[in-house]
Ligand binder design. Structure first.
Ligand SMILES: [Zn+2]
Length: 350
């Protein structure tokens, strides 16, 4: 294990100091021609968005319970500060990857803050890698803590989010999973807006761990600029598909990056006229009754699924990939960890 990892452990919340240095710097992305031209076309204020955070209690490169706890606390404070309702999708398999009581404490903190919780399977596996029966067992195993926690607060576990957005590689498997979910009172939480936040989050953790304040600031700026672009692209795609404003469901992850950038993300939503709503409110949009005909191994979002039903093309020509330097940094962090001795807790996406 490299020295800096031990340093992060030893210092506990030392990375917070990096955040403090940046507190004065507003989370405003640099202007970019692509994002501003897209943003300018969406000021109607008629769209809504539900924020959903996957991989609770946290997606992080760093093996530090203090870091995970801090990310949850800052994220919840940011949600409250910006009056943003949200739901967190739990991987109960993560409870034992850290300090179990403190990991459960993070789930409780979400409920206490008025947020909802959903099931994201126990182990974050894909239906592509196991039978439907095994996948269903993994879903059932993923509610043992979350369901009673919600019940104690007079809430019912309702929402399920597919890891990697992979819904079954054959029709038989897809339907078996869906039938089980319906029979057990679950509703599927689709995704109709995302920003590849997971790709930025690991280089960001790495920058914080190395106390690279300039790199921390750069990744934040690149993340917010890309988020602005993607929010505009998904609005375009949704309007193009439906011919009207719609209620979006945005996929994010419980990361230090989002904890530190939430004010910036909120500003982007405001600039794009997206009113924050709860997931159950967004799901009242009749668009969510559109059949999802996709069967296969790919993890694709729901606008693309509906585009198959409605036989309309997505505006792929305007789609912008994440910045190349972020891709490279992600791969580097990934490669650095491939010897198995790195600080990785998980590399879960979606
Ligand atoms: Zn996930």
């Amino acid at each position: 294990m490299r020295a800096w990892i031990a340093a992060v452990w030893a210092l506990g919340l030392a990375p917070v100091a990096v955040s403090g240095q940046n507190a004065a710097a507003p989370d405003t992305p640099p202007p970019s021609a692509a994002s501003s031209s897209i943003a300018a076309t969406h000021t109607t204020g008629q769209d809504t968005v539900a924020l959903t955070f996957d991989d609770l209690p946290g997606l992080t490169l760093l093996r530090s319970q203090a870091y995970i706890d801090h990310s949850n606390q800052m994220l919840l404070l940011g949600l409250a500060r910006n009056h943003l309702p949200a739901i967190g999708f739990v991987n109960e398999g993560k409870l034992d990857e850290g300090h179990r009581a403190r990991q459960i404490g993070n789930l409780k903190a979400w409920i206490k803050a008025g947020m909802d919780l959903g099931n994201h399977t126990y182990s974050h596996e894909s239906p592509n890698t196991m039978s439907a029966r095994a996948y269903i067992a993994d879903i059932a195993r993923g509610e043992r803590v979350t369901r009673p926690l919600l019940a104690r607060h007079h809430k019912t576990l309702t929402w399920f989010r597919y890891p990697y957005l992979e819904t079954g590689k054959t029709l038989q498997e897809k339907e078996a999973i869906q039938t089980w979910l319906t029979d057990h009172g679950y509703r599927i939480a689709p995704v109709t807006m995302e920003n590849s936040d997971w790709l930025f989050a690991e280089p960001y953790d790495d920058a914080i761990a190395h106390h690279q304040a300039d790199r921390v600031r750069r990744i934040r700026a690149e993340y917010l600029a890309y988020t602005e672009t993607m929010v505009g692209w998904y609005q375009d795609a949704g309007h193009n598909l439906l011919g009207r404003p719609m209620a979006f469901v945005m996929l994010l992850h419980v990361t230090r990056l989002n904890a530190d950038c939430l004010d910036g993300v909120d500003a982007i939503l405001q600039r794009h006229g997206l009113k924050p709503v709860k997931l159950e409110e967004a799901m009242k949009d009749p668009a969510y009754a559109t059949p999802d005909p996709y069967v296969g191994p790919d993890g694709i979002e729901w606008l693309e699924r509906w585009s198959m039903t409605l036989r309309k093309n997505q505006p792929w020509a305007g789609f912008i990939e994440p910045p190349a330097d972020i891709e490279a940094e992600y791969k580097k962090v990934d490669n650095d960890l491939s010897d198995g001795t790195g600080p990785i807790v998980s590399r879960l996406k979606h």
